[in-house]
Design a protein around this ligand. Structure first.
Ligand SMILES: Nc1ncnc2c1ncn2[C@@H]1O[C@H](COP(=O)(O)OP(=O)(O)O)[C@@H](O)[C@H]1O
Ligand SMILES: [Mg+2]
Length: 197
């Protein structure tokens, strides 16, 4: 007979496995839909201010728990883009999830948005562990995860950045990364602005 305590432990393990599996399946599903072009971006005009407010809110608790400062810089209010809002939300979520995950206690994560006449430049910078030069190109490959990552199965499958790249591709944009080991990583991309009528 299992004790109440043991039963609770098994249930907790099962719960974590199903959460992880659920995430893996939805990531796989999303990436394959994006690649099969069965997702057509629903372009609309919106300001990044509110979206950033929502997305940083999602990570506020986790950042606080880890003692990480989450900043928004630049000029979000004047950053009006012409893009698919839920896809851009996915991009920001995937980048922020990584930034918070790979940044140690006491670090910071900063999202900067800078409007220009042709586009809005967005970057997500962290003061985390960094990415080795030789891995920089491969981080966008599906299923790629760095070797120094925990070899045990975690909540990640290496699909987050592949999804980010594909979504930006659908917006005619490209993501770039620069990084320094033990100093931090910055991901940057441009979003289109609506053409003047
Ligand atoms: N901000 C970051 N700092 C350091 N390494 C990162 C960062 N973002 C991504 N990486 C590296 O890129 C790999 C791929 O990222 P991603 O596609 O989101 O997959 P996952 O988060 O599921 O491992 C990660 O496993 C990690 O090694
Ligand atoms: Mg990730």
């Amino acid at each position: 007979m299992l004790s109440v305590e043991e039963r609770r432990n098994y249930l907790e393990i099962t719960r974590k496995h199903s959460l992880r599996l659920g995430r893996l399946i939805s990531d796989l599903f999303e990436l394959s839909k994006l690649e099969a072009a069965s997702i057509k971006p629903q372009m609309e005009q919106f300001s990044l201010a509110e979206l950033l407010q929502d997305v940083t809110q999602e990570f506020a608790l986790e950042a606080e728990r880890k003692g990480i400062t989450l900043n928004v810089a630049g000029d979000p209010k004047s950053s009006v883009v012409h893009a698919d809002i839920s896809l851009v939300q996915r991009v920001l979520e995937n980048l922020l999830r990584n930034a918070v995950k790979y940044t140690p206690v006491g670090g910071s994560v900063t999202v900067t948005v800078r409007p220009s006449p042709q586009s809005v430049a967005v970057s997500v910078a962290d003061t985390g562990c960094g990415i080795a030069e030789k891995d920089l190109e491969r981080v966008f490959d599906r299923f790629y995860r760095s070797e120094q990552d925990d070899p045990a199965p975690t909540d990640s499958a290496g699909l987050g950045l592949a999804i980010v790249r594909k979504i930006l591709d659908l917006h005619g944009s490209q993501i770039t990364v620069s990084s320094e080991i033990d100093a931090g990583t910055t991901f940057a991309f441009d979003l289109p602005v609506a053409q003047a009528a």
